[in-house]
Ligand binder design. Structure first.
Ligand code: SF4
Ligand code: SF4
Length: 221
């Protein structure tokens, strides 16, 4: 989800990259799970997130929806899934009895990022540090690649970038689309990137095939 804010108001003004150190270490969250409670529908999920959830939980996208783990929302005209937080006091349904993330090893990309954000510009992105989001005031420096804990991070970042600009291409045109054209576009994206199951092998190869097909079908360059 794109936010239009002044970076000076929410960050330390720096741009970070995967090998940089940033003040992220919060003592392993030590009893705090604030990030998993009052977040509304802001944890928007991308195809990699669904691939990870479905393959590790051995279930379908449909089952995630029916089990109220995930819900659908509209982001700038585009229908995308997000983590379902039905009750903000209870928090995310993946929190375990100890108040820890029960799916830590395969948690979504946005959960991994926090309190980092992504700053998209000039066809790429950097990271920025949201200075007021985490309650821990004295945070230690951690390398961003370690914080994210994503194997093949360079490849993941390339994928994130390609997914972002694909979505942005639709979102920028959504306002001017005929209602049924936008509906068909949304149905296509939902079906081909989320509902249609991914095989339990290289995600990025499967994503690229779907992206190329979607661009051809939707007439995108
Ligand atoms: S998936 Fe894990 S880290 Fe993300 S909101 Fe849910 S409990 Fe928190
Ligand atoms: S606010 Fe900070 S300490 Fe609390 S859960 Fe979020 S990252 Fe962890």
């Amino acid at each position: 989800m794109e936010r239009h804010v002044n970076m000076k108001d929410i960050s330390d003004g720096r741009k970070y990259y995967r090998n940089d150190l940033a003040k992220l270490g919060c003592g392993d969250c030590a009893g705090c799970s604030a990030c998993c409670h009052k977040v509304g529908d802001s944890i928007v999920l991308d195809p990699w997130d669904i691939f990870m959830l479905a393959s590790h939980l051995n279930c379908s996208f449909q089952a995630l929806l029916e089990g109220n783990r995930v819900a659908l929302g509209v982001v700038d005209g585009l229908i995308l899934p997000h983590m379902q937080i039905e009750n903000e006091e209870v928090g995310c349904s993946f929190l375990n009895e100890e108040g820890r993330c029960g799916i830590h090893a395969f948690r979504p990309g946005m959960c991994r990022l926090f309190p980092l954000g992504r700053l998209y510009e000039d066809g790429g992105f950097s990271y920025f540090l949201q200075t007021e989001e985490c309650h821990v005031r004295k945070r230690s420096k951690v390398k961003i690649s370690k914080w994210l804990g994503i194997p093949d991070l360079e490849q993941y970042e390339e994928y994130i970038n390609r997914w972002h600009y694909f979505c942005k291409g639709i979102q920028e045109n959504a306002r001017d689309m005929e209602e049924d054209v936008l509906k068909n576009c949304n149905m296509y994206v939902l079906q081909d990137f989320f509902v249609a199951p991914y095989e339990n092998k290289d995600f990025y190869v499967q994503f690229e095939a779907r992206l190329a097909r979607a661009k051809a079908v939707l007439g995108m360059a």
